[in-house]
Design a protein around this ligand. Structure first.
Ligand code: AMP
Length: 322
């Protein structure tokens, strides 16, 4: 078994190197094809016989470029199949990576969440987005949540816990997920811990985006959003290219368009200074105690989110690494 593993590594390394050098030669050089093919067959033999058969059945090349492209396709698909097998093992036997992106409204969870999503390859689950979608679709959950959300209050624990319980069972969460806006109360944190402990998992990281309240009103009240993509703009800090300022010194609503699609931007109903007061009360009274709940596990990392975007991102990267 051990010998076989070594052979496999040597052969696959040799095959990739020879194949790469073969591919870079002049297309008229048929020796390149032969070297590439021989190395690929040698390497692939240690992966599986199906790939070896595919290479062996390739016709003698009339066109070397085409032959190399065929070989490359087989090598790529073999590697992709190997990766899929490894991923499956990882999903089955390793604990999920479960992160909480924590912070007051306007701290930058919606801005940095998608970047963490890209970096780690796990989805960002925003209970706020899910509830807004439910309100827009007029579902039972949406009807219950609509008024309390517009006023900046908290939707009942039962509803949000139920939403998360269902969502984290989906296929895209098999390696983990990033929670944004959940848990928001200790009851929700305890419910989360319980559902994770049932599968032997636990929250692995809490990233707290720390911003003083005094900065948040300007951030929140100047925020415009592209609903479909979640892209976020700000009249002062990140205006869309199309923005026109009216005679009253405020942006003209019709001029607020998404830079990428040209579609209309919108303002959230609860992004007002009145609703913000209530949202911040909820945050300090009910949400901040969650940090103390997770602190003894050594998973809480605080990031100064009141600085330039690049600085915030560097701190997040440092907080994410082990
Ligand atoms: P967000 O987009 O995270 O600011 O959430 C918008 C609104 O959705 C909040 O002000 C609450 O009314 C509601 N909401 C989102 N997540 C939760 C949660 N975990 N618990 C209770 N209410 C929530």
């Amino acid at each position: 078994m051990y010998t076989r593993q070594i052979c496999r590594r040597v052969a696959s390394g040799a095959s990739r190197r020879s194949f790469a050098s073969a591919a870079s030669k002049e297309s008229s050089n048929s020796i390149a094809y032969l070297v590439g093919a021989a190395a690929a067959v040698g390497g692939l033999a240690y992966y599986n016989s199906e790939s070896t058969n595919k290479v062996a059945s390739l016709e003698k090349p009339k066109d070397v470029d085409q032959a190399l492209a065929d070989l490359k396709q087989i090598v790529d698909s073999t590697i992709a199949a190997e990766i899929a097998v490894e991923k499956e093992k990882f999903a089955k036997y390793w604990p999920r990576s479960i992160m909480i992106l924590f912070g007051p409204p306007g701290a930058g969870k919606g801005t940095h969440g998608p970047k963490i999503e890209n970096l780690m390859g796990i989805p960002q689950l925003s209970t706020g987005d899910m509830l807004r979608a439910a309100v827009a679709a007029g579902t039972e959950v949406g009807k219950k949540a609509k008024a309390v959300m517009a006023a900046g209050g908290l939707v009942s624990d039962d509803i949000v816990v139920g939403i998360i319980r269902d969502r984290i069972k989906e296929e895209d969460c098999k390696f983990g997920f990033i929670l944004d806006g959940f848990p928001r109360t200790l009851v929700q944190a305890e419910a989360l811990d319980k559902m994770l402990s049932e599968e032997g998992s636990a929250v692995s990281k809490v990233i707290e985006l720390s911003v003083p309240d005094s900065v948040l009103e300007e951030r929140i009240c100047g925020r415009w959003i592209h609903k479909k993509s979640g892209r976020s703009y700000h009249v002062k800090f990140a205006p869309p290219k199309s923005m026109v300022i009216g005679e009253d010194g405020k942006p003209v609503a019709e001029s607020m368009k998404d830079d990428e699609t040209g579609e209309a931007l919108m303002q959230r109903k609860d992004d007002t200074s009145t609703a913000l007061v209530k949202r911040l009360q909820g945050y300090h009274g009910e949400t901040v105690p969650i940090l103390e709940h997770y602190a003894p596990n050594g998973v809480v990392k605080s990031v100064n989110a009141n600085q330039k975007m690049n600085g915030v991102w560097s701190e997040i990267l440092a907080a994410l690494s082990r």
